[in-house]
Structures are given as C-alpha cells and as structure tokens.
Design a protein around this ligand. Sequence first.
Ligand code: C2E
Ligand code: MG
Ligand code: MG
Length: 937
Amino acid sequence: MRSLFASVSSLITGRRQAYLVPAMAVLCGIALTVLLLDFAGVPSAMTRLLTGARFELLEREPTGKIVIVDIDAQSLADVGVWPWPRRLYGDLIDRLVEDGAEQIALDIDFSTVSTTEDDAAFASAMERANGIVSLAMFRQKSHRSAARDGEMMVNRPIDRFLDVSWPVVVSVPIEADSRVWRNYWGEVIDGIPELSLSAFLGDASGPTDGNFWIDYSIDPSRLTTVSFTDVLNGTFPKDTFRGKKVVVGASAQELRDLFPVPVYGILPGSVIQSIAGESVLQNRALSMTGRDLLLALALVLAFPLIFAIDTNWKKRLAGLVAISAGLELAGLMIQSRYPVILQTGPAQVALILAGLHLVLKQIGFHQFLLRIARAQTQNSRRMLGQVFDDSFDAIVVMNAHREVVAASRAAIGMFPAGLKPGVMASDYLPAEMVEGAVAVLDQKGPAAAKPEMKTVRLNDKSGEPRMIEFIATGSSHLDISDEGVSEQSAVSLASLTCRDVTEERLANEKLAYLAKFEPLTGLLNRNSFVDGIAEHLLPMNLQQRPCILAIFSVRDLDRITASLGFSYTDRLRKKIARQLTGFLNANDLAASIGDDSFGCLAWVDDTAAAPGEFAARLRDAVATGYDIGGNRIPVTVNVGYTVAIGEIEDPNTLLRQARNALSRAQTGLASEIVGFDKNMEDGVNRRQKLEVELARALERNEMHVLYQPQVDLATGEMIGVEALMRWKHSELGMISPIEFISIAEESGRIIELGAWVLEQAMRDAATWTRPLRLAVNVSAVQLTRSDLPAAVKSALTKTGFAADRLDLEVTESLFIDESIDLKKPIAKLRKLGCSLAMDDFGTGYSGLGYILRFPFAKIKIDRSFVANMEKDRANIAIVKAVVDMAEAFGMTVVAEGIETIEHQKMLLDLGCTVGQGYYYSRPVPASEIANLLKMAA
Ligand code: C2E
Ligand code: MG
Ligand code: MG
C-alpha cells in the first residue's frame, strides 16, 4: 500500500511521467467501452444483479396493514367453475365489510358483463360497502381485429360497477430481464390520471406519473394471506381484516396472473402490488441514482492504479477490488437507510475493464489464452481420467521401459494385487500381454500392423482359471508443460485393453458341443454323424477296405421307460453308448441316432462274411443285461447295416439303407440282424404303405379270424379257442399280426379292427355245437383310448354270445403305467360278465404285485418260457412259481407255445392245467373248429 501512495505522490517524476498519457488513454478507452456496452444493456444488467444481491442481504418486515385474499387452487376446486359467479365477490365484500375492512381492492377483470342477477348482486354489495371498493383496470395488447396490431387497449370495469367503485391501475412494467422490478405511481388513462393499486395501497398522494423501484427486501411470505374459500366460509380469525387494506387476487396457476421477480422467483400480481404498496407505506419506494457520478468516481480512483507501473500488478489489482467492494458497501448501506438504489453497475463494469487491462498487460494476451486453455485441459484430463477409471474394459497403459503408467479400476480387479502406476508390467501381467505391448511400442510410423485381438489364460485372485481377451494399441502422448510443446515431449505408450471372456467362451464351447454331440451319451448326433461319414468315405480309403455302417435299435425301450421311468432309460442309454464305444476302434465313429437307436461306422475286412460277422459281434456287445439302480435290465437289439465298397456313396443314402435294413430286422420276433440289399429299396416305405392299406383292409374284406384251440393238458380235450386276426393283402399276401398290429396301434386303426374281431369271433363261436370259451386279444390302445366296454357290449348284444364265456387277453405291459386309470373300464368289463386274462406273462418288467391289483381270472405264460424249459432249469422254477401263485389266488394258468409232448408233460408235472400250441393245433379257420367239435362228439 505504501508503494501505492508513493507512486501516486511521485506522479510527475521519471519513467512514470512517460506513462501518464497512455494511462489517460486507457482510462478514456475504458469509459468509451462502458458507454458502448450500455447499448447492449450490460451495465444495467450488472446494476440489477447487484441490487438483487442487496435485496437478499437486507431484510424488512411488512407493516401488516395490507392483507391478501387469495384465490388459490383450493378455492378454485371448491367452487368448481371459472369465471366465478359474480355474486361470490358480492358475498366476499359483505364478509370483509362485516369484519371491518378499511379498503378492498379486487385485482380481477370485471370488464365484461355476466348474468344480470350476478352483476346486480355484486354491484349492490359494493354499494352497501359504501365506496371502499376499488376494481382493477389495466392495459393490454389488443387481440381484436378492429384494433391495429400491437395497439394497447384499456380493460376497465363495466360502467355499472364503476358507478359504485374506484378504478385502480394494476399493469406493471417489465424489465429487459423479463422481471418486474418497478411499479407505476399511476397512469393517465383517457386523459384522466388514475392511481396504481400499489400507490393506492400505500396511501400515496403525490403525482400519478413516473415509477418507483419496489423494495424486494420486504419478504412477501410475511404478508397476511387468507384463502378466498375461508373468507366465504367465515373460517378465519375474527378481526383479521379490521382496519386493513384488503387485496383480492389470484395465486392459482390456472389463472396465469403470475410474474417473474428478483429474489423470489415468480409471484402473483396481487402479491407484487402488495409488496409495492408496502414499499410506499414504509417510504421505501426506491429511486435509482448516481450512475454518472459513480462511474466518474470509479475512473478517478482507478487511474493511479493503472498509472503506477512500478508497483506489483497483483497489488494494483487488489486495489481495484477494494474500490469495487467499497462502492458496493456504500450502496448497501445507503439502500438500507434511504429509499435509494445506488446505480453502481457502470462503475463496476469500468473497474472490471481496468482489472482486465492490468492482467492482460502483465501476462500478455497469449499467456492469458494459454492459461484458459490449460484450465480447460485440466478439466478434460480429469474427466478423461474418470472415464478411463470407470471403463467397462480393463485398461493398462505401459511405457517403453515396460513400466505401468496407468491401470483402470477394472484392471486392478483383474490382475494380481499391487498393480499400480510405476510397477514393472511383467511382474503383474501375463508374458503374452507384455510382449504384445512391446511389439506395439517397437512398431513406428504408418507401417505399424493393424492391432489384433488375442486371448490369454490366467488364474484370478481366487485361483479360478479365466480367459482374457486383449488388444494392444499404441499411441504417442504429448506432454504439455509450461514451456509448451516440444519434439522431446512425445512419449510412446502401449495401451492394453482387456476383457474377461471366460463365461462367453464357455457358453460358446458348450453351444459348439451341443451342435455336434448328444449331451446325454456324448456320442455324435445324427447331423455330425453324417458329416463324419462324409469325411471317412474318401475314395482312397475305400479302395483299400470296405466300410460298414450299422444301426441298432433297443427293443421295447418304450416299455422300459413306461415301467421304470425316463431316468432309468437315460442311464441305460448312457451305458449302451459306453458299451458301443468300447466295442469300436479309435478311428470308428459312434453316434446316437434317435431315442432308441445308435449307429456306427467302422472298417471291416474285404471278405463277403466280414460285415455280417461285425454286425453279430456288435449285437453281442450291446445286447446284454445292464445293472441300473439295483435292477438288471435285459436288452435285446435289432441291427441293420449296409456296406460301402470302392465307390463313394452319399452318407445320407448309406444311412437310409441301414435304416431300411433295421426296419426289416425290427419286424422279426427275435433279435435279428439284417444286411441291406438292393431289393429292399422296393420296400422302403413298407410300414407307411401298410398303414395306408390297413385303412381299407376291412372294407376290402381282407381281414379274417383264425382260432387256436386251448386244451385241457390232462385229457387233451379242447375247452376253448383264442381268436387271432389275419390280414391277407391282395398284392402283398399274408401279413403277420406282429407287423400290422403295431402299425394299427400307432394309427389308432386297432380300435376299429378290435371291435370287428370281437364281433366276428363271437358270431363264429355262436355257430359251434359246444359252448367253448372264446379268448380275444385286446390292445392297450383299445382299453385306454376307446370305450372298450361299449364295444364288447355291442358285440354281445348283436351276436347273442354269452358274456361269461368270453376272455379278454391283455398284455402285461399295459398295467405298468400307473398314471393311466384302468380301474373304471376293467370294472365295467367285469360287470358285463366277461373275464380278463393276462397275456404273455413274463415278458414285461413288473413284479407279481401288479397281477393282484387287477381282477385276472387267467394268466398266460409266454411261450418263450415254455420253449426254454428244457434248456434252462431257471425257467422251470419260474413256471412253477407262477402256477403256485395263481393257485393261491384262484387263477387259471394257460401255457402258450406247447410244441412237443415233452412240453406237455413238464407243464402237467408243474401243475399247469391248460395250454395251447402247435403240438395241438395251429390257428385254424372257424369251420375247422366246427369240424373238430363234430369229430370229438
Ligand atoms: P398272442 O396273443 O400271444 O398269440 C399267440 C401267438 O403265438 C399267435 O401268433 C400264435 O399263432 C402263436 N402260437 C401259438 N402256438 C404257438 C406255438 O406252439 N409255437 C409258436 N412259435 N407260436 C405259437 P400270431 O397269430 O402271429 O399273433 C401274434 C400276436 O399278435 C398275438 O400274440 C397277439 O398279441 C397279437 N394279435 C393277434 N390277433 C390279435 C387281435 O385280434 N387283436 C390284438 N389286439 N392282437 C392280436
Ligand atoms: Mg393272445
Ligand atoms: Mg401270448
């Protein structure tokens, strides 16, 4: 400070003298600039800014003389219509007068007529109020077409109201910043001077022209405000309005009487009028002054500071700030004490310009720009740092010394603990990554190769193996320092962007696996088997050795599933698959082709017998007993195969050939092996053809029934017959029931055929001389998917056959699926009087328990047990057990497939009393049975 005074006192000496003229010029420049800026409204804006700040600092209480009645949102909601019926205002005036109001001003538009009654009610209320009511009058831009555009028109209350009230002006001037800072004292309207509402509220008696600044240090929230509804309902403290000036106006947003103001944001017109009224009442109607004087003062005070070139520029700047603060302090003090606003805006702008001059002169214009740029750089650097840190990918930046320069948060989480700027990259990152980064750093210029995505494996912090995909990119970084940018400041960096792709890769691998293999067995699926065959069957391979494509299917897998459930079947398929791969050589292919079929491709010797031998060995390998969950499941298979020699065959053709051979093998009773031969192509779709033909078989009279006698084993006497269906196709000849029954079951045709057999057999049996028992086979499909009891009943009534001579033979497998409710149809059948026989006992998978749950009269022992009795002692024990159990439950045992006298003797010895088989008779036509009966008689 001392040096400052010193420089002022020695104005005239030495070097400084030379600066006197330039300093004056600077000052003039500043003054001129302020004047120029005035056109842009800058100094006025500055004044408003500072005045607003003063309003905020100074606080003033309202006098309490003015009370507002507010048309708020609640009032609007309570009345429900707008505009309100005028009589409501009449009621309001009555209430206010009643409570002792001194003046009432309604800041509401009454310039149009409403209903006669309402207007009358309002006018008479005003009349009763005896001249204390004032009504709003305002200027507005005209929208009427008659008036010129933009012309102002006056909205005044209708004459009827003006007769009993005073008009007051409520229009307010709006400043360049769109806010209401001032109010009029009044306006001359149609040659008559009228008071403004606020002048009226403030009891002003002076001239009605000109305006004043509203003192916004008076807090509008302290004004007493009562809701319109409360006044109407009388729910306000008594004497609220006694001796008060009451302003009625709207704060409800819907009514749009709202204006932006300084300090408080947006206020309703009535509140602005009230604050302005309070300003007048408190002698705080402010006037603005001092513009030029203050500007001149500022310039004079600033001059020595600009001139004192020997003094430190920072000190001189501080001097300017002190002048500025002093001005404001004076403004604040004066405004708090007198109704005067010091117009400091231009002076402050001049001081800012002087400060700018000092700064620019000191640091130079370029430096000034540079500093701004640096601040911006710092900001964007901070922002980039944040983006870097938050980035989804892990990013590590490395320099040519292989040091880590930066590591994002994701990177710190991904790599071993301790990774941070300054450490050696090779201590924390996998070698491949560091090499990748080094390679990028070594490449320079446009020759650099395109960055390439690579993958590394590493263990994460918990030791889990992870797959990380990364890409190394290079960049050269310019280090900007105070000295500026130089050649040496370019630094080469490599940035490693890494992403953990473990889950993604695992999912992809899994998908790839699923696309190629069957997940359960791990064998190739059918599509990839076809691809594999194509790869194997290259001509040069086939020249040397033939290739065999074999398919085998597990018999009765459906039945195994039905009795033991899918999980057993799954485990069984897994074991079979293992057995199959164990049987094959490493170069052979194994595939899962369907639910119950598997395929393989293998090389065989070039001899005629080799393929057949291979197929037999394959069958022996997979068709064995499998232990699953404590059950031993015997598996039999059918095998179909085809051979490729010399020429290449299309894999799909080979597959089809093997499939056809397999279909042929499946029609047999036993586990069969069938090799493909060209003739088979004719019967490709035999099954499909049979299905079509079967639909017409009955109407073409191709079906007939044969009967096989059932015999008393002790006496050889025929006691009954089993009806067996036969199909003789006009072209295809005899078709075995083993082949067509399953087709009929699949297509549902069996329901129709079964009903036909029942009726035909009963009709035939009715012609016989002796009342033989009649056994008819019924399929599971008939029992579960059709009304079998109804079909039996209809046949019985049509033929007159006695129901108690009828045995219905059902196979054991049917009873295994517990989910199907068979109790009801079986009970109905029993009610009709017929008996049930369990057919083919011993081939299913159930225990004896099942038999006891249903009311069987007969058990038929499957012919496989009878046929093997001589060879296998175990079969004898089984037959014995069945006979004993049947006896215990009062059931008859019927032995099937008796082909020799030995069979008959053994069965008799075991206690079996009834049997059937070729030994007695093959199935024969009904007429033959009639003949036999005649012969016996
Ligand atoms: P199934 O009910 O067990 O009938 C006995 C089968 O064994 C008959 O075969 C019969 O000809 C044959 N057979 C009888 N004695 C001997 C013998 O001593 N040795 C040998 N090896 N076989 C003997 P078929 O007629 O070929 O019928 C086969 C199967 O077709 C029947 O087995 C039955 O399940 C079914 N089937 C036949 N006709 C009908 C029918 O009308 N409806 C239904 N749903 N199924 C039928
Ligand atoms: Mg039968
Ligand atoms: Mg049978």
